[in-house]
Design a protein. Structure first.
Length: 307
């Protein structure tokens, strides 16, 4: 059966660890793994603005020996010009895998049901699992382990990164606390499922409306932009609710003194994160951005082995 990577819990704990170990090997030897030699093509479809996702997948696919084929989502006009099912059948005949950055998780699921090749979620409104693989790889590099590590996600806990952190963190046995205003916590069903996973991995998922409580003692402090793509009409309300959750030197002072700070970018200095924090010595955001390439190479290679 063809495997896909549509959300973080598509990998069980052993599989997640296997992919992360492969990502570390690929980072150490970037040209030693060539599962796409031929070259085989990977279709990269972008319906949403992109920088890191496009460049990291394109560079990674090339390093794997493949041909990164960019498909302009605006020109393809899936769901308008033709249905996702038909596009999936076309792409599956041209490419060995499909990478899609789009709005709706349900469309991604439809793609996976009809493409006949592995489908990878390069971001939806609900989840951002490739970013989480890169984040976990970055934590391993800087902290040395994942199991038992305390993570604080502060800001918009209801965004795709909040959902992905509770799922992927629980899978890795981490202790994840989300600090967010009322109305901005992760989806209750996602949290319940993450806690079920955590019960077997030694992890934990906690929720709070107190940003200081969230970061106290944390070894990893994570944030994301307060106004996610597609939420621009909510800007005024969000910019009123979120300032206490900004990662400032004062808030960071409550974390472990050796804590690392992460942000998936783009960042808005002076809003969700202070300039002196993201540009300071505790920030690992540039390692995090680089690791998108290595982690995505690993998940592509892992899926192709099982296609």
């Amino acid at each position: 059966m063809t495997r896909h990577f549509l959300r973080d819990d598509d990998l069980d704990p052993a599989e997640q660890a296997e992919v992360l170990a492969l990502a570390a090997r690929m980072k150490a030897e970037p040209f030693a793994h060539r599962p796409l030699d031929g070259p085989r093509t990977v279709a990269m479809v972008f319906d949403r603005p992109t920088l890191r996702t496009q460049v990291s997948f394109a560079a990674g696919i090339a390093e794997l020996g493949g041909n990164p084929m960019t498909v302009d989502g605006g020109l393809a006009a899936m769901g308008q010009r033709e249905g996702v099912e038909d596009v999936a059948r076309v792409l599956g005949r041209q490419a060995s895998a499909v990478v899609w950055r789009t709005a709706h998780q349900s469309d991604l699921v439809t793609m996976s049901l009809h493409a006949g090749v592995p489908v990878v979620n390069a971001l939806t409104d609900e989840f951002h699992p490739c970013q989480l693989l890169a984040d976990l790889q970055t934590v391993q590099e800087h902290v040395g382990t994942l199991a038992g590590v305390r993570v604080a996600f502060v800001g918009d806990g209801a965004c795709n990164m909040g959902s992905s952190w509770v799922l992927a963190g629980a899978t890795a046995g981490m202790h994840v606390t989300v600090g967010a205003p009322r109305g901005y916590l992760p989806d209750a069903g996602v949290v319940e499922h993450a806690r079920d996973i955590a019960s077997s991995t030694g992890g934990a998922v906690e929720l709070t409306h107190d940003p200081v409580e969230a970061v106290t003692g944390a070894a990893v402090v994570v944030t994301d932009s307060w106004v996610s793509m597609g939420r621009e009409e909510e800007s005024i309300d969000r910019l009123r609710a979120f300032p206490p959750y900004g990662v400032t030197p004062d808030l960071l002072s409550h974390a472990d003194p050796a804590a690392i700070v992460m942000h998936c970018l783009p960042a808005y200095r002076g809003k969700e994160i202070a300039a002196e924090v993201i540009d300071g010595p505790q920030s690992v955001v540039w390692d995090e951005a680089e690791n998108r390439r290595h982690a995505q190479k690993a998940i592509l290679a892992w899926l192709l082995e099982r296609a």
